[in-house]
Design a protein around this ligand. Structure first.
Ligand code: IMP
Length: 181
């Protein structure tokens, strides 16, 4: 494990197995339909690229970048669009792919923005969920894993842009992000 890690939460193999399961369920749910997958940059990128290879349907990608955290490990509560979608989502079956839902503020904001643009359907798929931290309720259609309150990195998730390329997900040592001893 990386020396900044407290413990490995999800191994490479556990993630792989679960992502393949999610892909199968999504393929079945959208059978006969074209899917527009919207990846939320940058954290969801590794999850998205693995997930779409487990989905059989015709798929298009688009990406959005939002900021709610800046450089800190705690939320400011403010969501801003840094990069919007390239194309219209009107009458498309849209699946938002996110790395982690924490307070829910980011996805609450995104679902409001995107549902106002007239998609045929709009669902959320997140790899990780921290339900105990929720401030705003968010309906999650596809969830990889529910986790406890640790700050986690790896498999796309970062702290100050680091650790995204770790193939597993680990809890970061609190002293690295100033969260304790
Ligand atoms: P929310 O708006 O509080 O739900 O936060 C969602 C965003 O916060 C995610 O897309 C991540 O970028 C970031 N985030 C929340 N918890 C973690 C964590 O444990 N590790 C890394 N990023 C996190």
């Amino acid at each position: 494990m990386h020396p900044h890690g407290e413990k490995i939460l999800l191994s490479e193999q556990e993630i792989k197995t679960r992502v393949a399961q999610l892909g199968r369920v999504i393929s079945e749910d959208y059978k006969g339909k074209e899917l527009l997958v919207i990846g939320i940059l940058k954290g969801a990128i590794i999850f998205l690229t693995d997930l779409v290879r487990s989905i059989n349907n015709p798929i298009y990608f688009d990406f959005m970048s939002v900021s709610s955290y800046g450089d800190s490990a705690s939320t400011s509560g403010e969501v801003r669009i840094l990069k919007d979608l390239d194309k219209s989502i009107e009458d498309r079956h849209v699946l938002i792919v996110e790395d982690i839902i924490d307070t829910g503020l980011t996805l609450d904001y995104l679902t409001h923005v995107l549902s106002s643009r007239g998609p045929a359907s709009l669902k959320i798929c997140t790899l990780l969920d921290k339900p105990s931290r929720r401030v705003t309720p968010v309906y999650v259609h596809y969830r990889g894993f529910s986790i406890s309150n640790d700050f986690v990195v790896g498999y796309g998730l970062d702290y100050n842009e680091r650790y995204r390329n770790l193939p597993y997900i680990m809890a970061l040592r609190p002293k690295i992000y100033g969260g304790g001893s």
